[in-house]
Design a protein around this ligand. Structure first.
Ligand code: AHR
Length: 487
């Protein structure tokens, strides 16, 4: 038996809805085919954007979407993606598969996508191969109402009012594909670029500096020391691999139970990563004004056999659902520092919530986790102490239960995952006298997945009882994640 003890008097604050954000890059079949099929496609669409995908994203309440990359962002020139489609510049996507990018999905199409989904845009500007002027004019194009040539251009392209884009990333992975810079150099570059990321009227940009990869605390230290006063957010990227090298990341579907635990153990290191970067940030920003923006996270396996290695297409099993459950619980518990997170990536790439094949669409187990966690968005985080045994193997030992909790209008939501591959676990929720309880669960054998011919993985109601003392008790099946609603 495991116990989750809620303490409603202790909270780290509000869980920003943006923790449930997504990331869509011009990579493989994420944008083209996955999101954008063009107006002439037989696949139902609104102005070229797939209706089925938009509906699926709306259902999980996607709050914010990062675009156009990733590595692609530092080769993207926004002016190539505006104006009549037939005259848009063609380029080769050198980062991802060497395919032709015809720029038919550009700035206006992205903003249309965000409007259809009902989410905020988060634009990652080009620092690596762009100029300050190019970025400054992109901000102006999106946010200004002035009568400038740039704004007249927007109006000529069909958009009268400024969109008022709030979230701006200044470079992506500037330590790697974004320019291979040293932190000292990037800190100065960042200071310069952000100066020209201007406020227009009420539209004050939330400026996000490129942060560290993984556990590179030195990068965070230098950025905070040199540029903290100029930033609103600092990004961080962390991917979970199962294999031990980038050449051998492991299979998405063919893995042993040992590898299941190894993957979850590695995903759980998000706790150490956030605590570590938070500690560095706190030395310079004790008020926690600057948000840690985990704008790339998720599993990264070898591509599905027979697919383009540059497209990063991978299947998604219950193991991925458990990675998402553990990670989102960690973000919730660190909501005082984590202001946004963006799973990589929305459709057909890495730990996707949606897979498509022609007109067919599949909701992955990871999509269902976002569905189960939706109630946490903008909830007040509630401290929950988890008393649990361990699971895994000698080499990959981890807590059996992962949980987080929030409250809205007197209703508590606890999300709890049983990471054990084979054994069920009784769970007692205590600390508050509850009178009502409901639960939904996603569970199954660790390899189970949804595919284009059958989608067995879905949520189902889970039995839960409230005892005379006000505790709620339920049994979590093996490899399960549940949303528990209590009042
Ligand atoms: O998400 C795939 C790639 O991973 C992104 O383009 C890059 O930022 C990261 O290395």
């Amino acid at each position: 038996m495991a116990t989750v003890t809620l303490n409603p008097l202790r909270s780290r604050g509000t869980i920003s809805r943006n923790i449930y954000g997504h990331f869509s890059e011009h990579l493989g079949r994420c944008i083209y085919q996955g999101i954008y099929v063009g107006e002439d496609s037989p696949i139902p669409n609104v102005r070229g954007i797939r209706t089925d995908v938009v509906q699926a994203l709306k259902k999980i309440g996607v709050p914010v979407l990062r675009w156009p990359g990733g590595c692609f962002a530092d080769e993207y020139h926004w002016r190539d993606g505006i104006g009549p489609k037939e005259s848009r510049k063609r380029m080769v996507n050198t980062n991802w598969g060497g395919v032709v990018e015809d720029n038919s999905f550009g700035v206006h199409e992205f903003m249309d996508l965000c409007a259809q989904v009902g989410c905020e845009p988060y634009i990652n500007a080009n620092v690596g191969s762009g100029t300050v002027q190019e970025m400054a004019e992109w901000v102006e194009y999106m946010n200004s109402e002035g009568d400038s040539t740039v704004v007249r251009g927007r109006r000529a392209n069909g958009r009268q009012e400024a969109w008022g884009v709030k979230y701006w990333g200044i470079g992506n992975e500037s330590w790697g594909c974004g320019g291979n810079m040293r932190p000292e150099y990037y800190a100065d570059v960042y200071r310069r670029y952000q100066t020209f990321c201007r406020t227009y009227g009420e539209n004050r940009p939330y400026r996000i500096a490129c942060g560290p990869s993984d556990f590179n605390y030195r990068w965070t230290e230098v950025l905070m020391r040199e540029a903290a006063q100029f930033m609103d957010g600092l990004s961080a990227h962390y991917y979970t691999l199962c294999g031990d090298t980038w050449a051998n990341k492991g299979s998405a579907t063919d893995f042993t139970t040992e590898e299941y635990y190894k993957t979850l153990k590695r995903a759980s290191r998000m706790e150490e990563l956030i605590s570590g970067h938070d500690a560095v940030m706190t030395r310079y920003d004790p008020e926690k004004r600057i948000g840690l923006i985990v704008d790339e996270w998720g599993t990264w396996y070898d591509v599905e056999p027979g697919t383009n290695p540059g497209f990063l297409y991978q299947q998604n099993t219950l193991r991925d659902a458990m990675v998402a459950a553990v990670t989102l619980n960690i973000f919730n518990r660190h909501c005082d520092r984590v202001a946004m997170a963006n799973i990589a990536q929305t459709v057909n790439v890495l730990q996707a919530v949606i897979l498509t094949e022609g007109e067919k669409m599949v909701l992955t187990p990871t999509w269902h986790v976002f569905d189960l966690y939706r109630a946490h968005q903008d909830g007040r985080e509630v401290d929950c102490a988890v008393s649990t045994g361990t699971t895994g193997t000698e080499a990959w030992q981890l807590d059996r239960i992962s949980a987080s909790a929030s409250e809205k209008d007197g209703v508590y939501t606890v999300t709890a995952a049983n990471l054990d591959a084979e054994g069920e676990e009784e769970l007692r929720l205590t600390g508050i006298r509850f009178s009502q309880a409901q639960a939904r669960v996603l569970c199954g054998e660790i390899h189970e997945k949804n595919d284009f011919d059958s989608s067995p993985v879905t949520t189902a109601p889970l039995e839960i009882r409230v005892e005379n003392n006000g505790d709620a008790v339920l049994t979590l099946p093996p490899c399960a994640v549940a949303e528990i609603t209590l009042s």
